[in-house]
Structures are given as structure tokens and as C-alpha cells.
Design a protein around this ligand. Structure first.
Ligand code: F6P
Length: 761
């Protein structure tokens, strides 16, 4: 109750304020009314005085022709007053008093003055004034001869004290009513605020306190005046409980896991999680190893992108099967007749099964629905999604093809299937309807937007139902989980369990959890050791004419979500603002062409080339260019060399699920000598808070961040990098995979066939 007192006094203050305004307004109206009535009363007296004067003036004109004594005798008592009329007085044209009522003589001085004014102005004068006694109304009227000469003045005097008394009485009456209104308004306002806001908010605050301190299980208090607040507090409680239990689990895990997760540890853990006779199957659109024809011979390429970077080490550690689209032009000839091959080619660890799609299918499913529809739908980068019915048909068919390949590969055996990303949203539903016993997880590598953004998708219900075929749905961030549950809540008929972050659709439960994805150590990959690295760096610098002492790097697929134009502009602004860095600072952008059959991507690449040229033209010298834009596929060793030589890495995504380049760079900085500039809109910013966090749209701030990162105290730079390295080391890709498998193993087996198949029939 103590806590509520200040709030009550706040309501009281508001109540008094409102009542004050109401009273002031009413008071002004009342005052105006009283004044109006007073004027009416005075007007009545005035009329009456004129009527009386008019009646007497004829007699007076006649009488003034006589002597004063005769007049006295003639008028007799006619000048005396009655009621509120005090009486009359009559003066000659020279201002001498002829006769007056007895009562009027008390005010003779005042009356005489008024008579003088009448004689001076030759017009009638009305005066309302107070002498020592009551308030008087005095009307002095000039009496004129036929020739227009003023022969006298007739004066009528009224006592109008009663008018002021009446006005005061009315004011007191109004004051009383105003006071009553004041009390009423204060009571109503304070009461309403207390019932509608203060009490529910007070209860909400108490409940939140209990939730925080005592881990209360009770539901949030009802009666909040705002529905949104009510449902948000429901979710807050659920998130809080989920976070608390994750926190507990995490701290238990921390006690158990004294060592960092490694490949071997994951392998052992995977065996536990998968159980007997269950193989691990990863399904994605993008294959981890692609073969392209090069000078008449197949050449193996590791495609750019976070998915492959993250999942190849997992399957290398655990063994199993990876089903993916065979999109390379030499893929068929490097696989067997079933589309299978073992990978990595030089050190076989798992099987890659390629799925073949026709050119039309690839166009509709991959370029069309996935990358012109879902990609811009989920990334808030101001690119309009395009949805075509023909693309959707191909998307459905392609998902069925992937499903057939998976089912064919696993035969009758058990399997844990990890479906990857937005290309395969329908796959969990199709797999579960065919094989309810399969344990199916889905990891969504890109952001999940809010329901308002998602609802524009014409096949929103089908996509959600397809995804809900999975037992576990993972996103990078809790925020995406919240958005997803919100979307399900608003778009389809399903039962939501906010406490456990789960959705039940026709008897099947899907759990929704955040799993921030990560990377492995560089030393586990085919990258040169220190001595060879130094040589590689020298070669690369020579080859690309990189001669500034300060090198910054960006590594991306060329995609409009990555904020590369903003980055170029920031470099330009940096050199403009801080000219001392010209010829000393070089920004290298490694850009892998991506999705080039989509016009927007081709245009974006052309825009970037033009922009880099424009900026270079502005600042370049004979021996230096500020931006080196290296377009092409770069292997891991080259990327590692660039990251190692760069004292700065720039990640400026406009929106990004996680962004593994940021983590790769941190992992490459074994000597802690480097700084990271990181967009606040990349999921990685949540974990790498020691980076220089920027808003990529704010070019001024961005340019200053480059300067800050360069000029930062070296000791602080090392400390910040060390912190980030610890985060990436401890939360590496093995921990991510272990977390996902553990959670998936913990989900109960499916009890019914989900409805997703309906979407694709
Ligand atoms: O970031 C989303 C994502 O699909 C990743 O999962 C993948 O690494 C990257 O984009 C590459 O895209 P694509 O397969 O279209 O080249």
C-alpha cells in the first residue's frame, strides 16, 4: 500500500488540476452571468427613472416660471420618494436649487456636481455611484423652454444598493455549486484513475516483483485497461521463465562443461542424443561442396555463406548424410547415379546426396519464391517481396523432391533430420506426414519478422503449418522466436504455450528456441600456418596492390541486405573528415557474386562497382586506392589471410539473422590485434557487444567509428578483442549443434500427423 500512495497523490494532483480547470471555466461563466443580471437590474431602474422624469417634466417646465415659494407650494410632496426612489430635486437654469425631497438633500453635493455637468454639456447625465451610503442611480434631465433654452434641471435619485446585494447572493450561490462540482470531479477522476490504471498497475508491479524475486508461477493480474499490455505481460512472464530455466540449465551445463566444446565431444554427445539406429541427416538448399567446370575440368568450390561455414564442421564431426540441391554445372558428373558422393573429397567424413531440379524448378523455387519472396519478406531492408503463384508451385514441388530424397536415403531406419532455412519451410510437415516417427528439427538462418510484416505472404498459413511439422524450430535470437510465436498466434488456429515456448497444431507439439549459431576455429580448417601465412599475405598484397599501412576488410556475398553501399559511403566520409588517413588506409571488400539470375542482385553488383569507382576516382593517387573491391569466390585460406592482415573488419548489415563474418574475424585474431565494426541490426551484435556497434544508416557515426577503432588505445582494443574471442571460443559451432541436438532429443515423439501435408497436396 505504501508504494501506491505516491501514485494516488499523482491521481489526486491530476484530479485537482482537471477540477481546477473546470471550476475556473465555470467560475468565469458564473461571473459573467451575475454581471449580466446586474446590468439588467440597472437597466430596469434606468427605464423607471426616465419614465418618472418624463411624467414630471411638463409640470416642472410650467412650475419654473414661478417663484421658489410658489413652486414649493405647488409641488408639495410630489418630490418625495417611495420604495427605492429616494426622491427628486429641481434646479433652475443657473444651477440654483429650487426644491428637493428631504432624503435627496443628504446627497446634495453629489447631485449639485451632476447638475453642473448637465448645464455644461446641455445633455442628460446618468450616474451610478456610491457616496458614503448605498449605491445610487442618479438621473439628471435638462428642462428646456420652447426656444430650446435650459430653464432648469430635474433630478431623480434611486437607491440601488439591493442590486449589488442580489449579485453577491448569486455569486455565493454559484460558489457553492462550483465547490460541489469541484468535489465531484476530483472524486470521479481520482476514482476512475485508481480503478482503471493505478490499482491494475500497482498489482502488475507487485506481480513483476514476485516474478523477479520469487519466481512466482501465478498468471499476470487481470483487469489491465490495455489488452496489448495484458498479452505482453503474459509473454514477458513466459520469456522470463524460459530464460530462467535456460539460465539454470546453462549454469548446470557450465558446471559440467569445464572444457570448450570440441569436435570429439560433439561426436560423443551426438551418439547419445541420436540413440541406437538413428542417423543424422542435414537437409539444405545449398550444398557444402559444389563442382563447377573450370577449363574443361570439374573444380570443387565451397560456396560462400554462413550455412555451409556452420554446418560442415558439425557433419564432419558426427558423420551422416547431407541432402542438398546439386546446383554446380559439374555436380552430376562428380556424383554417382543416385547423386551421392562422400565429402570432403580428400578426407571422406559424410555423404552428400544431391537433389536434381530442372531449370524451371530452380528458377521458381530458389530464385523466385525463396529469394524474391521470402528473403526480402524476412529482412527489413526496404526491398519489396514478390510473390508469384507459379513460383509457389515450384517451391511446393521442390520441397517434395527434397522430401523424397530424404525418405529414400533413410529407408526404414530411424533418423534425426535437421532441415535448414527458408527454402525448405514445407519439408518438416511433409516428412512428418510420411514418417511421424522421425525426429525433425528446423533451423531458420535468417530473421523472423513481426506478424504485420509476415502477413503479406499469400501462402503464410501453408508456410507456418509446414514449419510446425518440426519438433523443434530454432532461430538465432529470442526476439525471432517471439516474433514467430506471435505470427502463429495471429495467422493460424493453433494452441500456444507461451510458458514453454511451444505450439500445438492438431496434436503435434513444436518447441521454439533460440540457438545463436557460430563458427569453428580457423586452425581446424585448411588454412596456412603462421610462416606460410606471412608469405601468403605478402603475395596477396602485391597481387592486389594493397599498400596502405592500415587495412580494413569486409567479406560478403553481394547482397543488398549487407549494407555494402553504406560501408563504401562511410569510408568515403571517413577520408573526407580525416584526410590524414588518405594513402594510409585501404578498405578491401571481398564480394562473392550471389543469386545473379535475379535482376536486383545484378543491379546491386553494378551499383557497387560504380560506387567504388566513384570514391576511388575522388581520392586515389598513383600508388594508392582507398577501396579494393575484389569480386569473386575466395577460398578459406584467402579469406583467412585477409582477416589476419586487417586491423579492422566491417560488418554493416541492414538486417542479418546472425552474420558469421563477424565471428570469423574475431576467431582469426589470435593475437587480439584487431577491431570489429558491427551493425546493430546483425544478430551477432547481441553477443559481440565489445565491437564498435554502429547504425549503418548513420554515415557520420559510421565514419567516426572507423576513426575510433583505429585510434583506440591499443590496450583497450586488445581487451575488447580478447572478450569477444572468449565469447566465440566458448559458444562455438559444436556447442550450437550440441544444444540443438540435446533439445531435439528432449522433445517428445510425435503423436499425430500434422496438417502440413495439406498445404502441398
Ligand atoms: O543467410 C541465409 C543464407 O541462406 C545462409 O543460410 C546461406 O549461407 C546464405 O544465405 C547463402 O545463400 P545462397 O545459398 O542463396 O547462396
Amino acid at each position: 500500500m505504501m508504494n501506491s500512495l505516491p501514485r494516488l497523490s499523482k491521481s489526486l494532483r491530476i484530479g485537482v488540476l482537471i477540477a481546477g480547470v473546470v471550476c475556473l471555466a465555470t467560475g468565469l461563466l458564473a461571473w459573467n452571468q451575475v454581471q449580466r443580471e446586474r446590468n439588467i437590474d440597472i437597466y430596469d431602474v434606468d427605464k423607471r427613472a426616465h419614465a418618472l422624469i418624463h411624467q414630471l417634466s411638463y409640470t416642472m417646465n410650467w412650475a419654473l416660471q414661478k417663484s421658489d415659494q410658489e413652486i414649493e407650494g405647488t409641488l408639495g410632496s410630489q418630490l418625495e420618494g417611495y420604495g427605492r426612489l429616494i426622491g427628486f430635486a429641481v434646479y433652475r437654469g443657473n444651477g440654483e436649487l429650487v426644491s428637493s425631497a428631504k432624503a435627496v438633500s443628504e446627497y446634495s453635493k453629489m447631485v449639485q456636481d451632476i447638475v453642473e455637468r448637465v448645464l455644461g454639456s446641455r445633455t442628460e447625465v446618468t450616474e451610478i455611484s456610491r457616496s458614503n451610503g448605498p449605491l445610487l442611480h442618479i438621473l439628471a434631465h435638462p428642462l428646456k423652454s420652447k426656444e430650446g433654452q435650459i430653464v432648469g434641471v430635474l433630478v431623480a435619485v434611486h437607491d440601488i444598493g439591493y442590486i449589488d446585494e442580489r449579485a453577491s447572493a448569486r455569486l455565493i450561490q454559484f460558489g457553492f455549486w462550483i465547490l460541489l462540482v469541484l468535489l465531484l470531479v476530483v472524486t470521479v477522476v481520482v476514482g476512475t484513475m485508481w480503478i482503471a490504471y493505478e490499482r491494475p498497475l500497482h498489482n502488475l508491479a507487485q506481480w513483476m516483483r514476485r516474478l523477479r524475486l520469487e519466481n512466482a508461477q501465478e498468471a499476470p493480474p487481470r483487469g489491465l485497461s490495455n489488452e496489448l499490455l495484458e498479452s505482453e505481460s503474459d509473454r514477458l512472464a513466459a520469456t522470463f521463465r524460459a530464460a530462467r530455466s535456460t539460465g539454470r540449465a546453462r549454469s548446470r551445463a557450465q558446471v559440467r562443461a569445464e572444457r570448450v566444446w570440441t569436435r570429439d565431444r560433439l561426436r560423443a554427445h551426438a551418439i547419445d542424443c541420436l540413440g541406437e539406429n538413428r542417423q543424422l541427416v542435414i537437409v539444405s538448399n545449398r550444398e557444402p561442396y559444389m563442382h563447377q567446370m573450370n577449363s574443361g575440368r570439374p573444380r570443387m568450390i565451397i560456396p560462400a555463406g554462413g550455412l555451409v561455414t556452420a554446418l560442415d564442421p558439425v557433419l564432419r564431426a558426427c558423420g551422416g548424410l547431407w541432402v542438398a540441391h546439386g546446383s554446380g554445372d559439374a555436380d552430376r558428373q562428380t556424383a554417382d547415379k543416385h547423386g551421392r558422393l562422400t565429402v570432403p573429397p580428400d578426407d571422406a567424413r559424410y555423404t552428400l546426396r544431391r537433389v536434381w531440379l530442372s531449370r524451371e524448378e530452380e528458377q521458381g523455387y530458389y530464385y523466385g519464391f525463396s529469394n524474391e519472396g521470402l528473403w526480402p519478406l524476412c529482412h527489413l531492408a526496404h526491398e519489396r517481396p514478390v510473390f508469384r503463384a507459379s513460383d509457389w508451385k515450384h517451391y511446393v514441388r521442390a520441397n517434395q523432391r527434397f522430401a523424397s530424397a530424404v525418405l529414400e536415403e533413410i529407408g526404414d531406419g530411424g533418423a534425426v533430420v535437421l532441415v535448414q532455412d527458408y527454402h525448405l519451410a514445407l519439408l518438416p510437415g511433409i516428412l512428418k506426414s510420411a514418417r511421424p516417427d522421425l525426429r525433425v528439427g528446423l533451423f531458420w538462418h535468417i530473421p523472423w519478422p513481426n506478424p504485420e510484416a509476415f502477413r503479406i505472404c499469400p501462402w503464410r498459413a501453408e508456410i507456418l503449418q509446414g514449419m510446425l511439422g518440426a519438433d523443434l524450430i530454432g532461430f538465432h535470437l529470442q526476439q525471432y522466436c517471439n516474433n514467430f510465436l506471435d505470427t502463429v498466434d495471429r495467422m493460424i488456429e493453433a494452441r500456444l504455450d507461451w510458458d514453454h515456448f511451444a505450439v500445438e497444431l492438431r496434436g503435434h507439439a513444436s518447441h521454439v528456441r533460440p540457438f545463436p549459431i557460430s563458427v569453428q576455429r580457423w586452425t581446424e580448417r585448411h588454412v596456412p600456418a603462421n610462416d606460410k601465412l606471412a608469405q601468403l599475405i605478402t603475395d596477396i598484397k602485391q597481387q592486389n596492390k594493397i599498400n596502405g599501412e592500415l587495412i580494413a576488410v569486409g567479406v560478403e556475398r553481394i547482397d543488398y541486405t549487407k549494407g555494402i553501399p553504406e560501408r563504401f559511403r562511410a569510408v568515403e566520409r571517413f577520408l573526407e573528415k580525416y584526410p590524414q588517413y588518405r594513402e594510409r588506409f585501404t578498405f578491401v571488400q571481398l564480394g562473392a557474386p550471389s543469386r545473379t539470375h535475379i535482376r536486383r542482385y545484378r543491379e546491386h553488383l553494378a551499383e557497387l562497382e560504380a560506387l567504388a569507382d566513384e570514391i576511388n576516382w575522388k581520392y586515389q593517387t598513383d600508388s594508392w586506392k582507398p577501396i579494393r573491391f575484389l569480386i569473386g569466390h575466395h577460398d578459406a585460406a584467402t579469406v583467412y589471410a585477409f582477416m589476419s592482415m586487417a586491423s579492422l573488419c566491417i560488418v554493416s548489415s541492414l538486417h542479418d539473422g546472425m552474420n558469421l563474418v563477424a565471428k570469423e574475424y574475431v576467431a582469426a585474431k589470435g593475437d587480439n590485434e584487431g577491431a570489429l565494426i558491427l551493425s546493430e541490426f546483425a544478430g551477432a551484435a547481441r553477443e559481440l557487444s565489445d565491437a564498435h556497434i554502429i547504425n549503418p544508416y548513420d554515415i557520420e557515426q559510421f565514419a567516426d567509428a572507423i576513426r575510433d577503432a583505429i585510434e583506440m588505445d591499443p590496450a583497450e582494443r586488445r581487451t575488447r578483442m580478447e572478450h569477444m574471442r572468449r565469447v566465440v571460443e566458448e559458444h562455438n559451432i559444436y556447442r550450437w549443434a550440441a544444444g540443438f541436438l540435446t533439445e531435439l532429443a528432449a522433445t517428445r515423439a510425435t503423436v499425430a500427423v500434422p496438417a502440413a501435408a495439406a498445404a502441398v497436396s
